[in-house]
Design a protein around this ligand. Structure first.
Ligand code: CTP
Length: 350
């Protein structure tokens, strides 16, 4: 059964729905709906509810590229954003019919992550609007031969949560993703890489245009000196291959060494020690060694940190502990990181 604004008039459905909502999500938001919302039209239950609600609003537009790029739509989007409402950039890919381009609705799970970030903060205020954010996520893989690699257990979830929270706060977000098997984050541009060398190149190409670089990826510190062209075979004499490794570039340290007027630098320190003084000491040492402005230290072990979605962290700067975040959702950790980042933007001395 469809509920309309004119059913059960005495119950004023749009008032009841609007007053109960903690968050309003419109997905997909058509060009027509964006136009109505921008102009405050209220000629059906949805638009009446929208006008009535004081909850944060998330629009996830979906339409053909031409309609999205039309000056009328872009003006409506600008009006909604100026009013403090969140309009997520549509994804790029296959559209309805044979066409491709920007205009796709992001995957529901990715949209839900942006909504979680808004709900976690309890406000949709776009305090990162106008900021360009570059995030590395996932874990690099260094090939040994065509079928094997040296890798790590990073799932990319924390980087994804950081991207979702930055989108939820109105930033322009680029993610350099190393081997992440999750649906692309909503509202962000994703650059896919495999090895530490590819990640290094992708980050360097984009860092100078960013206000903040957050290195959440687990980047390999070593890679095989040579990659075997064919699969490395067992031999009959029971011997094992001796792997020779070389150091990779430390991307964060390189950015830190050339900081100048560059972006605010945020590193992650995954350490196998319990939270406490030891973790703080390791994080502060990493901050200094890499020239980062902030380091987000987390304690990782077999059963925490990497693959699960809860993550307690300590955020440090050269002044010591900026924020201790008790075990919370990855959205909570991500919002805490952006809160501290905002306190440090623009970087002292800029
Ligand atoms: N990092 C990087 N380039 C590398 C290795 C790490 O940019 N080649 C970044 C990570 O993205 C992270 C920070 O440096 O933001 C710290 O990474 P971590 O793995 O905790 O420390 P490492 O520098 O690798 O030191 P160690 O493994 O000895 O603890």
């Amino acid at each position: 059964m469809t509920t309309t604004v004119f059913d059960d008039v005495h119950e004023v459905a749009h008032v009841r729905i609007a007053q109960h909502a903690k968050l309003v999500v419109i997905a997909p938001a058509t060009a027509n709906l964006l136009a109505k919302a921008a102009n405050g039209l209220a000629d059906d239950l949805l638009t009446s509810t929208l006008l009535m609600s004081r909850a944060p609003v998330v629009f996830a537009p979906a339409m053909h590229t031409e309609m999205w790029n039309h000056p009328a739509t872009q003006q409506n989007v600008a009006t909604l954003r100026a009013r403090g409402l969140l309009v997520i950039e549509p994804a790029t890919g296959r559209l309805t019919g044979a066409d491709s381009g920007q205009g796709r609705l992001p995957e529901p799970a990715a949209l839900a992550e942006v909504c979680e970030a808004v709900l976690d903060r309890g406000t949709g205020v776009a305090d990162l609007a106008g900021k360009n954010v570059l995030i590395s996520a996932g874990g690099t893989r260094e090939p040994l031969d065509p079928v094997r690699f040296l890798g790590n257990r990073s799932s990319g979830r924390q980087g994804w949560a950081l991207a979702a929270a930055a989108v939820a706060r109105g930033a322009v977000v680029q993610v350099v993703a190393a081997n992440v098997e999750l649906a692309d984050p909503a509202g962000a541009t994703v650059v896919k890489v495999g090895t530490s060398e590819e990640l290094h190149k992708a980050i360097l190409e984009r860092a100078s245009g960013a206000d903040v670089v957050v290195m959440a990826a687990a980047v390999a510190d070593f890679r095989p000196t040579e990659v075997s062209v064919g699969k490395i075979k067992k031999t009959d004499d029971q011997s094992v291959p001796q792997l020779e490794l070389v150091r990779t570039v430390d991307v964060l340290a390189e950015l830190g060494a050339n900081k100048g007027e560059g972006p605010l630098l945020v590193g992650f320190a995954a350490e196998t020690v319990e939270p406490g003084p030891n973790l703080l000491e390791l994080a502060s040492a990493k901050l200094a060694a890499k020239g980062a402005d902030l380091v987000v230290a987390n304690s990782v072990g077999v059963d925490r940190g990497f693959e699960n979605s809860y993550n307690a962290v300590t955020i440090v700067s050269e002044n010591g502990v900026e924020r201790d975040v008790a075990s919370t959702s990855k959205a909570g950790v991500a919002n805490a990181v952006w809160d501290v980042v905002l306190q440090h933007l623009p970087r002292a001395g800029d």
